[in-house]
Every structure is written in structure tokens, then in C-alpha cells.
Design a protein around this ligand. Sequence first.
Ligand code: TAP
Length: 481
Amino acid sequence: MITEFAEKLFIDGIWRTGEGARIPVENPATGEVLAHIAAATPAEVDLAVTAARKAFKSWSRLAPVERSKALHRLGDAVSAEADTMARTMTLEQGKPLNEARGEILKLAEACHFYAEEAVRIHGEIVPNTTTDIDSLVVREPIGVVGAITPWNYPAELVGWKLCAALAAGCTIVIKPAELTPFTALAIASMVEKAKMPAGVVNVVTGSGSTVGQALVEHPGVDKIAFTGSSAVGLHIQRSCPTIKRLSLELGCNCPLIVTASADLDAAAKGAVRRSFRNMGQICIAINRIYVARPIAEAFVRRLAEAADRLVIANGIERPDADVGAMASAEPLNKTKAHLADALAKGAKLVAGGSAPEGDAFARGHFFRPTVVAGCTHDMKVMTEETFGPLVGVMVFDGLDEAVELANDTPYGLASYVYAKDMDEIRYLSSRLDYGNVAVNNVDAGIMNAPYGGRKQSGVGYEHGREGMLEYLNFKHVRIRY
Ligand code: TAP
């Protein structure tokens, strides 16, 4: 599937060989070059936006039930190709095959979810001053969306935007991450299979600073839907040359609070899953854990044992591995730097701390899931987003202190609590200043509930009905009759 899409852009329903410079895409588990992509030129970006504008005229006027059917067809096409799409993702991103397949099926779920939402775009009739006037509030699609996505969830993060935008009646130009472009191109080929009209979905590849920036600056783009780092999100917000709608899903440094009433086995299991899944390259990964003093030792022992048990492997060779390679050298180096910083400031290494040994790991970006205890808030692991397989643990005395530490961050995407005592649960969940709070589980995001950050973690929502509202304008129609 990868070579089929090499050097291709998907514009106006046509696969075009790109005219720009070639960029190699590597397999992070082996270092081997998989294929090259073409960096879209400004003229090609313009072509894609023009195609999306043209398609918007008819797509936005199409009966919602027809848009719904098209999204259902897309969901079916994605499910049918789940195995090949997952392979593409594992090869370019590094996560184990079974996990990649799960992500592709989540993309199909998003297609079907928003297919259902497409037929539920209701307006309102609001009371007016006299009875010979109707005040209607109707919802209309925003227009052309520029979607810019990162490499950690190459299918879902494209899919949430694409499905919600199309359901609302918008059209879209997608700029996937340079590291993982082939999953997005594979999605474009499913769009083709689903017989969506030309120009409704377009994919242009290349770097963020050129192709992404060109979308941000293009006057024909009405909205930017961005997922990525807070630094780039802020840059995009500042560099829009005209007023555009923006949704920004950004970074975090997510806390977990484990109280004295918690089920320690469940807490350790949850912590390991949410700290190390996808090698910690998750915006909602647990980065720092606050544990009540009386149970701290027992909890850290369980956490370290569970981290040590995780199976690391090349995700193609071992589809059921717990973790695969990291996506590139950059997050790996940041992980090592945050670990060195914590150890230099007095943290104690209790699990991991180095690359796994053996020829199988020699050329890829591998690192063992790592836990450091005895942490403090002058360490980067406790204050900055690592985006790698590293978690720090700190002891707290009293729930007030736990809340203060957990909220001591510029971020506000997701937080976690393990506790059995209902008073503790109510107290903590109402005081954690985050868009998502998961209690006694680590699934902060589900398809039918809004998912979004506060503070430097972003603006706007994905998932749920709220995710579709991000692509709709309100119009007040006041009719005297
Ligand atoms: P970024 O470096 O911010 O890149 C994200 C996307 O923006 C990529 O497609 C990138 O292109 C592009 N980009 C870079 N500079 C740009 C510019 N000047 N104008 C327009 N686009 C530009 O993030 P990343 O390293 O790929 O992903 C990791 C970050 O994403 C983490 O901070 C993580 O927390 C965050 N994230 C957040 C969420 C949610 S839902 N909040 C989910 C996943 C990830 P290239 O990379 O191709 O150059």
C-alpha cells in the first residue's frame, strides 16, 4: 500500500504525482526508507483548496441523509481494509500491528458515528417580541477546513476531523505529519472507494512549516483544525493572516492521583497502560503520578513490576507486543533528556531507563518503559510534556496538596484518579482543572462525549456532537409574516 501512494497527492479526486521535493519516510523500527513523499508546492496547495471550495458548493447543499450514507460507506471501506491500513501505519509509525488495527477500527467507528450525527443537525425556534415574527436559529457549515495532524495517531486524528467536518457539510484539505503520511493517503483511497464526490476530501503532503503554513495562510481556508504541540498551535493562532475559525488540540502533562482508598492493583495496571501505550506518545498519557504516602511504597512496587513485564518488539514481527518503536529519534531523545534531568535532581530509577538489548532493537528507536520515583516539581518529567515512555512518581499528604500539585501546570487536557471513597472521588473530580477526568479507568476519550483541553492544551472539542458543532456556524433568521 505504501509504494502505491509514494510521491502522490490526492487533489480533486485525482492521484497526482507531486511536483515538489522528495522527502523520505522511514520505518522507525528498522531505520529503512519505506518510500518518498512529495512536498506539495504552493500551487498544489492552492489547487487543493480551490477543489475543496468548488466541492463545498454542492456538498454543503446535499441532503444530510446523502452525506450520512457517504460516511457510512467510508466506514465500511475502512473496516474492510483494516489489515492493510494497519500494516501501513505500523510500518511508518512503529506501534504494534494489533494496536494499529484497533486504531483503524476506531476510525471506522468515527465514520459511522458522524454518519448518524449528519442527520441530526437541528436548528431552534426562539421566542420573539411579537407573535407575527419567527426567529429561527439555523446551523450552516463553515466552509473549507484545513486539517493539520501529528504522527502519534495517524488515522484517528485525521478521521475525527474529516468525519465531523463532512457530516456538517464542510469540505477538507488534510496535511498529515511528514513522519506518517501514508496512513492519510490510504484514508484518501478509502474516500475514493466510498465514491465521495471529487474535491470533498483532499490530501497534500509535506512539512508543517511549508505546506501546513500555506494552508494556515490561504484565504480560501475558513477553518484550521489542528492537533499537535502547544508551541505550533500558538504559532498557528498568531500567524493566521485573516480571521479564521480555529480548533486546537494540543499537548499536556497529565496527572494521576492515587488515594489511600484506591485498589492498588487496578491503579498500577491503569497507570502502566496510560503511561506506556503507544510508547507514551499520547497527548493524554499519564506523565506524573501523585500517590498517598501510606500506600506509596506498595504502589510503586506494583507499578515498576507491571512496567517491567511489558513486551517490547518490532510491531510488524510481533503484532501482539505491548509496545513497539518510538516514531522517531526526536521523542526518544527528549525522553532520555527528561530522564537524565530527573536522575540528576535526585529521582530514583525503579523501572526501565535504557534501550532494550539485542540485534532486533539495534537500528530502531526503542526504549524500555521507565518509572522514576521520589520526584519533585523542579523536574521536567513533572512539568513538561515528555511524549515518551517515562513517568514520574511523587508522594502527597492530603487531598488538597494532591489537587494543588495536579493543577500546577499550564496544561489542562486530561487527568486521572484512582480512589474508592466516593467523597474523595467527588472532591477530586470537581477540582481538577482539566477537560477530561477519568476515575478508576484510563479511557479519557470516548467517541460520543466531548474531548478537548483547557489552558495551553487548546480550544474546541473533538468527539461527540460537540465535535461536529466545531464545523457549523449559527445563523439567526428573523421572519416577519
Ligand atoms: P507538532 O510538531 O506540533 O506537529 C503537528 C502538525 O503540525 C504536523 O503535521 C506538523 O508538520 C505541523 N506543523 C508544524 N509546524 C507548522 C506550521 N508552522 N504551520 C502549520 N503546521 C505546522 O506536533 P507533533 O510533534 O507532530 O505531535 C506531538 C504533539 O501533538 C504533542 O504535543 C501532543 O501532545 C500533541 N497531540 C495532541 C493531541 C490532542 S487531541 N490534544 C493528540 C495528539 C497529539 P510536520 O511534522 O510534518 O512538519
